[in-house]
Design a protein around this ligand. Sequence first.
Ligand code: ZN
Length: 460
Amino acid sequence: MSLKLHNTLTRRLEDFQPLKGKKVGLYACGPTVYDYAHIGNLRSYIIWDVLHRALEYNGFKVKHVMNITDVGHLTGDDEGEDKMEKGARREHKSAWEVAEFYTKIFMQNLADLDIRRPDVICKATDHIKEQIKLIKKIEKNGFAYATTDGIYFDTAKLADYGKLAQLKKQDLRAGIRVAVGGKKHSADFALWKFSPKLKKRQMEWKSPWGVGFPGWHIECSAMSAKYLGLPFDIHCGGIDHIPVHHTNEIAQTEAAEGVTPARFWIHNEFLNMGEEKMAKSLGNFIALDTLKEKNITPLAYRFFILQTHYRKQLTFSWPALAAAQNGLKHLYGAAAELPKKSSVSMHSDEQTGQIKDEFLTAINNDLDTPAALAIVWQAVKEKTISQKTLFEFDKVLGLKIKENLEKPTEEISVAAQTLIRERDKARAKKDWEKSDELRDDLARLGYTVMDTPSGTRITK
Ligand SMILES: [Zn+2]
């Protein structure tokens, strides 16, 4: 049963096989650390974590690389202010302090959401040398030109520019305009921007073309190649990256190295706030801490995300999130009622095997987490799996079920515990009359009795 993933490059579901043996190189675009991540951004990281876990569940070994954009991401495509410098001005801190502060918060968000730390986390500012080297290569191969404000990529030189977004040539050329700094075509983009003549930037570096800073797209081309080699297996990101950021990453690597950087391109849909896309620029964003303030746990948010397929738009609402939190709590409670290990009386190995197959089929069908959760629910409700099997499934889901089992035996009086033991003994002897008497005794103490394959369970 092979893993099928939707490849944006071909617009098809394809069987995934790594380029080299069992090893998978995975690159996911990281955050621009000038503000809190909003929960719409965090949807992406939850999904890439599930992808990482699903690959491991299939027996692959994953090297997961994520960048941290701490320079060069402008408020407009190639114009406007650098987001880091803008954040610094807003907070009366240095751009370096802003980057450090929000990187730390972002990493805490990942931990709260049970997102495993990528194997490599690389900052753009730590890789200026690699970016300059790559731009030199692009220039040497004839794909770059200089303007008064920077070095630009000449998209007209690349025959299939825009193939990822299926941009048509005529659409691209229709937008020709005389842009600031003298770009030749509207789709051309900055590889290197010069610092303003009379102003010193907080983040700037010397380069063969003059003092300045790298364009946003070049860092991902440089760092993915450095840590994963070329080509690598999977590149992922939000759907908004398709027409510009990822299109330009592909163009840069093809111009410099003559190869498309990754074989699979996987993109997740947005989280919407009502009708609108949630975005910092629209001022309607909610951070993970906002949820915590409203007593919604980060794992409830993760559960909410997993209930919808990653390629479907998802609309945020507080009632939906509260329902997800309730659902997760029920799952934890029901999980506590499952036997620890499979037992013969409970079900056959064959049945467990069948449920495991169904779960794997759902996950391998382009990460169909809603279907996988439905299978889990059914099996937990009907008690057809053991905790051991459930914990295996949770390796993919990442809901920390094992750590959150609700333990009904906690806070149970000594008297009640004695009655439970007596009742288990009576039931073992098939003394149903005695067993019912003891059930009534427990009820008088305020406990509800449940019979489970692992014995008597009670809740207050
Ligand atoms: Zn990127």
